[in-house]
Ligand binder design. Structure first.
Ligand SMILES: NC(=O)c1ccc[n+]([C@@H]2O[C@H](COP(=O)([O-])OP(=O)(O)OC[C@H]3O[C@@H](n4cnc5c(N)ncnc54)[C@H](O)[C@@H]3O)[C@@H](O)[C@H]2O)c1
Length: 369
């Protein structure tokens, strides 16, 4: 079951309200609340009001320049309107979703976005690590100063490759915050292996999460972003996929992963062409290896310990020697860190005149030509 007609309508109304009620370019936080309020501005949308443009036009008419604290849309819901309340930071008051946000790059990205003032939906397939990450992130924000206002961080459990789960997760984000300004499609998996022996199951797993999952996330998020733009063409939003240096050049005995990342750059370019009409920029970041992250450094399952056990690095007798071998491949001599990726994210968000690009952050290991 995908989302209901009423949920679809909430996904159009809340983003339109955020944009229509913006003051000095700062969009509001719009929270779907269960209770009716005496003070609400009451709006009835005429039958047949279905497109984002039509919903925005009706709401604009009803608001007539006012900025009410509560708007009740008949048959849709009661929407409470809040100032974002965060004044400082590179993404202050903006709404972001980070997929695969419970650990690794995703957690680092979520931490930085929270530190820089964003409202963040942390989405991951693993409920336990998501709950832990959300607890840590909430501790960074302090208590919500205004009664009834949602916390600045929410956790969502979903598989990025499930259209149904992603539609529900985006809807939950809209109910909590009112819209979406930045989707960081970061969730990704790796199953390395020779083309001669890699199982079809492993190939399908990598392709489904990394390639199809990116499509599914964009399909779920883009209509909400477009609804903000339909209400106010000045509103611009961003989709950023965390790709890989393996999306720019082949990866030996790692074809399923590299193929999924190359393919995702094709999606990025194509989505960018289409979604420019909705004010959405779509770009990819291609990081080098994050040696300090769990994928490489996990003491039991990490790539360093795996490569040591399987003798992949000739002559290496310790994890430190395996690591040194890989660091030596990077002209800048070290692995990529979330802080390096964040600089690229803020560049892409700030840069109004670029879309459809794949930006390497590899310490010089992969150079564009
Ligand atoms: N680690 C690196 O060296 C490296 C280098 C370049 C690019 N990347 C890319 O960065 C992204 C993050 O990698 P990482 O190293 O932080 O990985 P990680 O394994 O440390 O974390 C990935 C997170 O994604 C979640 N996840 C996995 N499948 C999911 C699904 N189907 N739905 C929702 N969540 C899911 C996991 O539970 C985990 O929390 C990936 O897209 C990866 O390809 C990683």
């Amino acid at each position: 079951m995908s989302i209901t007609a009423k949920q679809k309508m909430i996904n159009l109304v809340a983003p339109a309200l955020r944009a229509l009620l913006a003051e000095r370019g700062l969009l509001k936080i719009v929270h779907l609340s269960g209770d009716a309020a005496e003070t609400a501005l009451k709006v009835a949308l005429p039958a047949g009001t279905e497109s984002a443009e039509a919903v925005a036009a009706e709401l604009r008419k009803a608001l007539n320049g006012a900025v009410p604290p509560v708007v009740e849309v008949e048959g849709v819901g009661v929407f409470r309107v809040f100032e974002p309340g965060v004044k400082h930071g590179r993404v202050a008051g903006r709404i972001a979703m980070v997929t695969g946000g419970a650990q690794g790059f995703g957690l680092g990205i979520a931490q930085d976005l929270v530190a820089q003032g964003a409202y963040v939906a942390v989405l991951d397939v693993n409920p336990a690590t998501t709950a832990k990450a959300v607890e840590e992130l909430k501790a960074m924000t302090g208590r919500s100063p205004v009664p009834g206002m949602p916390p600045r961080v929410i956790g969502l459990t979903a598989d990025v490759a499930s259209a149904e789960a992603m539609a529900a997760a985006v809807h939950e984000t809209v109910c909590a915050f009112g819209g979406l300004d930045l989707l960081v499609a970061n969730a990704g998996v790796l199953r390395a292996g020779s083309v001669k022996t890699l199982s079809e199951k492993d190939f399908d797993f990598v392709t489904t999460v990394n390639y199809k999952g990116y499509f599914v996330c964009v399909q779920a998020a883009a209509p909400v972003m477009a609804a903000q733009h339909a209400a106010d063409p000045a509103v611009r939003t961003d989709i950023i996929q965390i790709n890989s240096k393996s999306g720019l050049e082949g990866s030996n005995k790692n074809g399923a992963y590299a193929g999924s990342k190359f393919g995702s750059i094709g999606l990025t370019q194509s989505f960018a062409m289409e979604l420019v009409a909705d004010g959405i920029k779509v770009n990819a970041i291609c990081p080098g290896n994050f040696f300090d992250g769990p994928l490489w450094s996990d003491p039991d399952k990490g790539l360093f310990v795996q490569y040591l056990r399987t003798g992949k690095v000739p002559g290496a007798r310790t994890i430190a020697e395996v690591r040194k071998f890989y660091e030596a491949k990077v002209p800048m001599g070290r692995g990529c860190l979330p802080a390096d990726v964040m600089k690229a994210i803020y560049y892409l968000v700030d840069q109004e005149y670029e879309t459809g690009q794949a930006l390497p952050v590899t310490g010089g290991q992969v150079m564009l030509n």
